[in-house]
Write a protein that binds this ligand. Structure first.
Ligand SMILES: NC(=O)c1ccc[n+]([C@@H]2O[C@H](COP(=O)([O-])OP(=O)(O)OC[C@H]3O[C@@H](n4cnc5c(N)ncnc54)[C@H](O)[C@@H]3O)[C@@H](O)[C@H]2O)c1
Length: 365
């Protein structure tokens, strides 16, 4: 499973022999305080195959992780995809196995993570993400947010890698401030059913800041607002796959409450661009990425009905779930000013592209 490159090992062995031979000499002679502030000596050994940046993407077989793997390969990175297929599928990354710069590790990130060789970046995206998933897997959700993030941060520290962690608009809970800026601390019910996800992500942010402040690890935190696009799981319980599959099958589109609650939907390519820019930026505090174009769930249902044109489909009203947020819209001023980022895909374009995908995966009858 792990690739080993003899070209990489030889210089590393030479470096370690050097350290063994001369380490004691340096320790004995240069440990006085005046030398302690000196930056550590770095010897860079260049040879073919080591020039490409190497990135670990956790949750690579999921919706976002698979698109991120595509993007970083296209940018010329060596990508290590890691997943335990809890909610993801190898179908999402099957096309990548033929790429020489792609490796896949089947691994649960809540267990210790070992990656041989150098590592420049980590994108930590492993986590159940849809309400159906995290309500069914509350303990795994908390563990991946806590132990999984801790392991990824430990790896970043060990390798000297920069890490970007995937947080969420759910850290704002059912917000009392609208639209949500990064300075808003949120309105989360820790003991409600959604608390397992919201609090896991709040812990993820807290431990990431601790590693930044205490260990000096280079960290980035993204707060992702509802994102959609090809490779979303048909039955993951999120509103968009639910609406598309119900409309294609000619069933009722489930609208909770009276459908007046709002959401903002960001097309996946826009999000990936935002993640790419944030990773390469020098900003370590949380940044919202999402599309501020707000729509009620009811309007959204009608847009899907319009696109799919299935005369059998209709709106099916259901009671509002506990702690369902009433309003969601990101304030993206920070992403605009710090990253020069703006969403490019309007909803009509994004929905058409997504519909093309769902037509191929939704089974009718
Ligand atoms: N899609 C969105 O709109 C959205 C919004 C906010 C935040 N996020 C965050 O982005 C990340 C990815 O979300 P997604 O929509 O792609 O979800 P997804 O379920 O499609 O992908 C998550 C992936 O993580 C993997 N995974 C889960 N637990 C794991 C573990 N312990 N070890 C290894 N792999 C594990 C799953 O198998 C899956 O492939 C999540 O962290 C989520 O919280 C997504």
């Amino acid at each position: 499973m792990h690739k080993t490159d003899s070209n990489i090992i030889a210089p590393r062995q030479r470096a370690s022999t050097f350290c063994r031979l001369y380490g004691n000499f340096f320790f004995k002679n240069f440990r006085s305080p005046k030398y302690l502030s000196l930056r550590p000596l770095r010897i860079t050994v260049r040879h073919p195959g080591m020039t490409k940046k190497r990135i670990l993407i956790t949750g690579a077989a999921g919706f976002l992780g698979s698109h991120l793997s595509d993007r970083f390969l296209a940018e010329g990175y060596q990508v290590i995809g890691m997943d335990n297929l809890l909610t993801g599928s190898l179908d999402n990354i099957e096309h990548l196995f033929k790429e020489k710069d792609f490796e896949y590790y089947h691994h649960d990130v809540t267990k210790f993570i070992h990656i041989p060789g150098k590592l420049d970046y980590i994108l930590h995206f492993a986590s159940p993400a849809s309400p159906i998933d995290y309500l069914q897997m509350p303990i795994q959700t908390l563990k991946v947010g806590a132990h999984g993030t801790h392991n990824c941060l430990g790896l970043a520290k060990e390798k000297g890698a920069r890490i970007l962690v995937a947080s969420t608009s759910e850290v704002y809970g059912d917000p009392l401030v609208h639209p949500q800026t990064e300075e808003y601390w949120g309105n989360v019910n820790p003991v409600g059913p959604r608390g397992v996800y919201d609090e896991a992500k709040r812990f993820l942010e807290a431990i990431t800041m601790a590693y930044h402040n205490y260990h000096g690890v280079e960290t980035r935190i993204i707060r992702i607002f509802n994102t959609y696009g090809p490779r979303m799981r048909v039955n993951d319980g999120r509103v968009l796959p639910a609406f598309f599959s119900q409309a294609i099958r000619g069933e009722g589109l489930t609208v909770f409450g009276d459908g007046s609650q709002t959401r903002s939907f960001c097309y996946v390519d826009d999000l990936v661009e935002g993640i790419y820019r944030l990773l390469l930026s020098d900003y370590h505090l949380p940044v919202n990425i999402g599309n501020p174009s707000e729509i009620t769930v009811m309007q959204f249902a009608h847009e899907v009905l319009e696109l799919v044109q299935n005369p059998k489909a209709y709106i099916d009203y259901r009671p509002l779930p506990v702690d369902d947020p009433k309003q969601r819209r990101p304030d993206i001023t920070k992403a605009q000013t710090l990253l020069g980022w703006n969403p490019k895909f309007d909803r009509a374009t994004g929905l058409k592209l997504t519909y093309e995908y769902f037509k191929t995966v939704v089974r009718v009858g």
